[in-house]
Structure formats: structure tokens, C-alpha cells
Design a protein. Structure first.
Length: 101
């Protein structure tokens, strides 16, 4: 549930050499907030695609997003911004984002 607890996940992130992570998850509280806070602690800049996340209730989602926003250096943005960011990156990334939207 907390991807940052998986050493293979963290190793893959480290291997990429990138310091910015775009993150979404099934349960905002566990799948998003926990790894976001840990990744920030480890020196990453995390962008949460808020409208691609959910939780067991709207209240749980909203409170988890508040924790994400309170975490140092964290940001959140809707899927429209993810499309724009991907478009500015490269064609393969843009196509992948368009496939999920």
C-alpha cells in the first residue's frame, strides 16, 4: 500500500536519477500521503495528481490531501496539469498520460 516501503520501488526511483515524482493512488491516505511524506523526507519533490486519487470517503481523501499539502515541498495538481506537463516533456509521456485520461 505504501510504495515507499517497497525497496524495489525506491530503487527504481533512485536509478532514474530524477528528483521529481508524479504520484497518484487508489487510497489517498495510504497509497499517496505516506509515500509522499517519506519521499519528501528523502529529498524528492512530489506532485500528486489529486483528481486521480480517492479514498473510502471524501473526508478521508480531503484530510489526506491536507497532509500532503502540509508536507514540505509538496504540490498537487489536477489531471489537466499532468497533461500539460507531459506535453512539455516528450511525446511518449504525453501519449501515456492521454491513455489514462
Amino acid at each position: 500500500m505504501n510504495s515507499w516501503d517497497d525497496k524495489n520501488f525506491v530503487a527504481a526511483i533512485e536509478k532514474s536519477g530524477r528528483k521529481k515524482i508524479v504520484l497518484a493512488g487508489l487510497w489517498t491516505e495510504v497509497c499517496v500521503a505516506f509515500p509522499t511524506v517519506q519521499a519528501i523526507h528523502d529529498g524528492y519533490e512530489v506532485y500528486v495528481v489529486e483528481d486521480c486519487c480517492g479514498d473510502v470517503s471524501q473526508l478521508a481523501h480531503d484530510n489526506a490531501m491536507k497532509r500532503v499539502v502540509q508536507a514540505a515541498e509538496s504540490r498537487h495538481f489536477p489531471l489537466g496539469h499532468a497533461r500539460m506537463a507531459a506535453r512539455l516533456g516528450h511525446k511518449g509521456t504525453y501519449d501515456a498520460v492521454m491513455d489514462i485520461s
